[in-house]
Ligand binder design. Structure first.
Ligand SMILES: [Fe+2]
Length: 293
C-alpha cells in the first residue's frame, strides 16, 4: 500500500496565467513565489509552492502528493504498476519544474493526473499572505470522479486513504489526522473540483465574505458549517470557473481514535453539506448532478 504523507500542490492549466495569478494574489491572498517559463508559482503556507498556474488547457489539472522518501517512491511506482497503472518517471527538468528531488506521475481510474514526489522543497522564507485573509495552509482538494465506488476502492486500497464520512456516494478521505485531504465528487468528467485553504478562524471567513462580495467575486456556497468535518466554510469562484474554499475548524481524527473510527453516511442533501442552511450553487454539491456511482 502506498503511504501518502502530504498533499503538496495543485497545478492548473489556464489560458491566462498572469490574470489567474493576479486573482490568487489579490483576491485569494496567496503569496507570489516566482514566474518560471510559462508558469506562475504561488503558495498558501511555508512550502516552496502550493499552487501553480501554467499556460495550457483550463481542463488540465494535476495534484501533487508526497511520499516519505526515495525508497517509498520506488515502492509506490511498483505498486501502481502491479495494478496495471502506467507510471511516468519525472525527468530531471520536470523535477526542477516541480521543485522536488524526484517524482512519478500517473492517472487515476477517473483520468485525474497525480504526481507522487519524494523530498519536495520547502520554502526558506516565512509565508506572507498578500492580503489579510488569515490563510495559513493549503489543505485539501475536491476531485471529480466518474465512478465514486470504484475510485473510493482505488484510494482506500492502493493509496491508503481512509473514509472519514460519505455524503451520498461521495467519500471524504483522510491520509493523516485531518478529516479529509481529498473528497471525491461524482461528475461526468475528471478534474479538480475545488481547492481548499485553511484560515485561522471564523473572523477570517466572515471578513473574506464581505471582502469578496465587495470585489464582485461570486460566492457559490456559504458562509456555513459542514456537519461532516465541523469546519466553517466559504466557497467562491476563481479563474476558469475553479471553486476555491476557505475553511476553519476541521475535525482531526487522532491516531488513538483510528481503531474505533467508523465513517458516517450522510444523505446527498443540502443539509449534509451545510448545517446552517446555506444552499450550494456548485453543480457537484447538488443532487441533480449526481452521476451513477
Ligand atoms: Fe472542501
Amino acid at each position: 500500500m502506498i503511504q501518502l504523507t502530504d498533499l503538496r500542490y495543485v497545478r492548473l492549466g489556464t489560458r491566462n496565467p498572469q490574470a489567474a495569478a493576479e486573482y490568487a494574489r489579490k483576491i485569494l491572498g496567496l503569496e507570489f513565489v516566482r514566474r518560471e517559463g510559462n508558469a506562475i508559482y504561488l503558495r498558501g503556507d511555508d512550502r516552496d509552492h502550493t499552487l501553480v498556474y501554467f499556460s495550457g488547457d483550463p481542463a488540465d489539472h494535476a495534484s501533487g502528493w508526497e511520499v516519505a522518501d526515495g525508497r517509498a517512491l520506488e515502492a509506490a511506482g511498483a505498486e501502481l504498476e502491479s495494478h496495471q497503472i502506467q507510471v511516468d518517471r519525472g525527468t530531471r527538468a520536470e523535477c526542477e519544474q516541480r521543485h522536488v528531488e524526484d517524482f512519478i506521475s500517473f492517472t487515476d481510474p477517473s483520468g485525474n493526473r497525480h504526481d507522487l514526489s519524494a523530498r519536495p522543497h520547502h520554502g526558506g522564507r516565512q509565508f506572507f499572505p498578500s492580503r489579510d485573509c488569515g490563510v495559513w495552509s493549503f489543505s485539501h482538494i475536491g476531485l471529480r470522479t466518474t465512478a465514486a465506488t470504484r475510485d473510493e476502492t482505488f484510494w482506500t486500497t492502493v493509496m491508503n486513504a481512509r473514509v472519514s464520512d460519505r455524503i451520498g456516494a461521495a467519500p471524504l478521505l483522510r491520509i493523516d489526522e485531518v478529516h479529509h485531504r481529498i473528497a471525491l465528487f461524482p461528475s461526468q468528467h475528471p478534474g479538480v473540483q475545488h481547492v481548499n485553504h485553511q484560515v485561522h478562524g471564523v473572523d477570517d471567513v466572515m471578513r473574506s465574505y464581505y471582502f469578496l462580495r465587495e470585489q464582485g467575486v461570486k460566492i457559490v456556497f456559504g458562509p456555513g458549517r459542514h456537519p461532516t468535518s465541523g469546519a466553517v466554510f466559504l466557497y467562491f469562484e476563481g479563474p476558469d470557473g475553479m471553486v476555491y474554499e476557505y475553511s476553519t475548524g476541521v475535525r482531526l481524527i487522532k491516531p488513538e481514535e483510528e481503531p474505533s473510527y467508523r465513517p458516517r453516511q450522510f444523505p446527498f442533501a443540502p443539509e449534509s453539506f451545510c448545517m446552517w442552511g446555506s444552499r450550494p450553487d456548485i453543480p457537484e454539491f447538488r443532487a441533480s448532478s449526481l452521476a451513477p456511482p
